[in-house]
Design a protein around this ligand. Structure first.
Ligand code: C5P
Length: 318
């Protein structure tokens, strides 16, 4: 815990923080391996996952203000709550409480990561809010301290503080970076109409497992980590896996057609991202990714197809 500031230190603290707006860019994540273990007593599942940050970004701007406010622009943002249930607002409050400063900031979010898409858009915004408010308020926390606060906000939030490629254990909040060359892999991201609820996808997986209708659980992440080191997309393609995919397909059967269409267009592998409904496809190179995205966009199997590369850094100023 850092030392709390008293009221007399307010001016000093203002001087230490940024006076102008702070702009933070934060990426979406995909899970290259999402191994879901048993349901724990706290309602979470034990995870064994490899996170990977890709070049689709939300942008958050933090300005000085007298209260805590949030405004948003971007597709579908009208559906998002702007109150204390919003993860970006909760992140600002959590940091202010931890550092002992007033939670005064005007946040503005430009969203490009689809809502409830399995790309951790809400978690990304919370990570961005922590990094932006830390700079604006001059609280000067380390990434590890910010990740500690992030863990209470959501299982994916700590990863988005770091970005890159990382192993996630516990309920996903315990993150250790995996050394990987930046921008090594080329992806196509097929964004669906509407979202899927993450708790519902986990509950559906439990139901399928109880009924003996789920596929065998993924094993360790060792194969995937070895594939990442080989830097051959064909080897990586064979190692991708997601235990939540059966659940997402049960909830949204049309995703099977999206996955097939990507493979027919030449993707090396196709997988549901996190709890879906976004599907991601591994391409052999950037040109192939462009071609696959164009084919998916005209095949009528998704709302939008975009290319992305990874790994990219997590929430960063600038
Ligand atoms: O951590 P987060 O708030 O993002 O999780 C949202 C929901 O997803 C949880 O309430 C839980 O239902 C489910 N979940 C889970 N096991 C995890 C992570 C999330 O069951 N490891």
């Amino acid at each position: 815990m850092t030392e709390a500031w008293g009221p007399d230190d307010d001016d000093d603290q203002q001087r230490r923080g940024a006076s102008g707006p702070v702009r933070v860019r934060v990426p979406a994540k995909v899970n290259l391996h999402l191994g879901v273990g048993p349901l724990r007593r706290d309602g979470y599942h034990e995870l064994n996952t490899v996170y990977h940050a890709i070049s689709i970004y939300d942008e958050l701007t933090a300005r000085r203000g007298d209260t805590l406010t949030l405004t948003m622009e971007g597709e579908g943002t009208g559906e998002l709550a702007l109150d204390d249930t919003n993860l970006a607002i909760r992140a600002a409050r959590a940091l202010a409480g931890y550092a002992g400063v007033p939670p005064h900031v005007r946040l503005h979010l430009r969203k490009q990561i689809p809502l409830a898409g399995g790309l951790a858009g809400g978690s990304a915004d919370a990570a961005a809010a922590l990094v932006a408010c830390d700079a604006l308020w001059g609280t000067g926390l380390s990434r590890d301290e910010l990740a500690g606060i992030a863990a209470d906000l959501g299982s994916d939030v700590p990863f988005l503080i770091y970005g890159g490629t990382a192993l996630g254990t516990g309920r996903g909040e315990a993150v250790s970076p995996v050394l990987a060359r930046a921008n090594s892999w080329h992806w196509v991201v097929a964004i669906a109409d509407g979202g899927l609820s993450t708790p519902a996808a986990y509950a559906e997986l439990d139901r399928l497992r109880e009924a003996g209708a789920a596929g065998p659980p993924l094993g360790s992440t060792d194969g995937l980590l070895a594939a990442l080191r080989q830097r051959d997309p064909r080897v990586l393609a064979a190692s991708l896996g997601n235990d939540l995919q059966d659940a997402a397909l049960a909830m949204r059967p049309s995703l099977a057609g999206t996955l097939k269409a990507g493979e027919a267009a030449g993707a090396l592998a196709s997988i549901v991202s996190g709890s879906g409904p976004t599907c991601v496809f591994l391409a052999a190179n950037a040109d192939d990714a462009d071609r696959i995205a164009a084919e998916l966009a005209t095949a009528g199997v998704c709302r939008q197809a975009r290319t992305a590369h990874g790994p990219v850094p997590g929430a960063r100023i600038g």
